[in-house]
Design a protein around this ligand. Structure first.
Ligand SMILES: Cc1cc2nc3c(=O)[nH]c(=O)nc-3n(C[C@H](O)[C@H](O)[C@H](O)COP(=O)(O)O)c2cc1C
Length: 179
């Protein structure tokens, strides 16, 4: 069994990225167990926290340490990834000598109404994390250009996105198993 944690980069109640995360969970192969790692309660990291690392940040790091791979499902804010995702990444890198980015197996997916569906935000993550030792899955990409027909109010998702989510999570499961 492969344990995959996922974080949702949007705190919005009707988040399309939460809907995307849900379909990814539903389409995961049986050998993969997906668990949400909630980042909504993480305070904004500050280096003064290193001396007495807050319990809530330790618990978050423990949850990430307990999974075999981590999946970020996030919107794009102003052509980049949103602040809570960066904050979570910064927390994982601290305190000094207790960072957990090196060797972390990571996947990124996202949806936005923009034509390129979070590809710019995803590209930035692809740029700065591998030099820090993160093992990032290259392909397939899951950057969903959301139209009015993509995500439905009842939580279901259109057929094409469902198929892409299946392909993506199958590939990420294999990536986590083989790296
Ligand atoms: C501050 C802000 C900046 C945004 N910037 C972008 C952007 O650069 N590209 C894009 O495609 N959508 C952008 N959007 C639109 C979001 O993609 C859209 O609100 C989407 O529904 C957010 O995902 P969520 O529903 O999971 O929160 C932005 C939204 C906000 C609130």
């Amino acid at each position: 069994m492969v344990k995959i944690g996922y974080i949702v980069g949007s705190f919005a109640q009707d988040s399309i990225n939460r809907k995307l995360a849900r379909v990814i969970v539903e389409q995961a192969p049986e050998r993969a167990e997906l668990v949400e790692i909630d980042i909504t309660a993480l305070p904004l990291y500050d280096r003064h926290m290193d001396a007495d690392f807050p319990q809530v940040l330790r618990e978050f790091k423990d949850q990430v340490a307990a999974v075999d791979g981590l999946l970020v499902v996030s919107p794009e804010h102003n052509q980049s990834f949103p602040a809570p995702v960066k904050n979570a990444i910064d927390v994982l890198s601290r305190p000094p000598k207790q960072g957990q980015l090196a060797g972390l197996k990571l996947g990124i997916a996202g949806a936005s109404p923009g034509r390129y569906g979070t590809i710019n935000g995803q590209s930035q993550i692809r740029q700065f994390l591998p030099p820090l030792g993160v093992k990032l899955m290259g392909v397939p990409l899951l950057a969903v250009h959301a139209t009015g027909d993509t995500f439905h109010d009842d939580g279901t998702v259109d057929e094409q996105t469902t198929r892409r989510a299946k392909t993506y999570i199958e590939a990420f499961t294999e990536f986590v198993e083989s790296h």
